[in-house]
Design a protein around this ligand. Structure first.
Ligand code: NI
Length: 259
């Protein structure tokens, strides 16, 4: 796999699942063909760890933000802190932010409030956003339509909706984060959506340690496994895996403004 150029656009190497061997694993990424990684914050604590990781590894960039499930206790002063974090070197996005109605808490109004607030922050600091949206398609679209005039670009991470919803996001210029789920046997809905999404709008991601692709489903995920997602995507699009990796890597560099 040496010459592949994997760009993992969404990872959580701050997660305790990597406490045992984080150093070793990350320093060996190049050997697996992994060129760049964006580590994504999901809480104040994981955003702090993200900043530490970004300072330590030259191939690693960071996103700072609060996941909808972590918004219960948020305060406006946390947004000041987040703003300062967002202007640090090699911080390339605000995320992950959004709505998660799979879980009953926090209350939907609280989630919406902080989603909207962090979108405003992204506009202020001119960074693209990484959006987490689960069982919340309508409200997410409504909020993003509201944000449209101030938008700074965004990716719908771990896209899990229908091809009809995909068309809506496409018309608004969004990218789609595609990962291990694409390789699952029950991925029919995602396969249908991916068939109508142009290659230029796809970013590859792990969401590691979660969502490892086949044949590692259920195990700890890591950026090298994106190779299996690229292979499946190549089959669906009728192009080579090398083309998939090249195009999606270019997409990621454009999306995160890395040149
Ligand atoms: Ni994530």
């Amino acid at each position: 796999m040496g010459q592949n150029m994997i760009f993992d656009t969404h990872a959580h190497y701050d997660d305790e699942a990597f406490d045992e061997d984080r150093e070793e694993l990350l320093w060996k990424m190049k050997e697996q063909g992994v060129e760049f990684i964006v580590n994504v914050g999901a809480s104040i604590a994981s955003t702090k760890k993200t900043i530490e990781l970004v300072q330590r590894y030259p191939f690693l960039y960071g996103a700072v933000g609060i996941h909808p499930s972590e918004t219960e206790e948020l305060k406006e002063e946390d947004m000041l802190w987040l703003k300062k974090a967002s202007v640090q070197k090699d911080i390339v996005a605000i995320g992950e932010i959004g709505l998660d109605y799979y879980w009953p808490e926090p209350d939907r109004e609280i989630q919406k409030k902080w989603f909207i607030r962090q979108l405003a922050l992204a506009s202020e600091v001119k960074l693209p956003v990484i959006i987490h949206s689960r069982d919340a398609a309508e409200d997410t679209l409504e909020i993003l339509k509201e944000w449209d005039k101030d938008k700074t670009g965004g990716v719908i991470h771990c896209f899990s909706y229908s091809k009809e919803i995909a068309r809506e996001y496409l018309s608004m210029g969004y990218y789609f984060g595609i990962g291990g789920v694409l390789t699952f046997k029950n991925a029919r809905k995602l396969v249908e959506a991916v068939e109508i999404i142009p290659m230029e709008k796809i970013l590859l991601e792990t969401d590691c340690p979660y969502l490892a692709p086949e044949p590692y489903r259920g195990k700890r995920n890591q950026s090298g496994y994106i190779d299996f997602v690229a292979e499946k995507l190549a089959k669906l699009k009728g192009i080579t895996k090398e083309e998939v990796l090249r195009i999606t890597s270019d997409n990621a560099k454009n999306f995160y403004h890395l040149k």
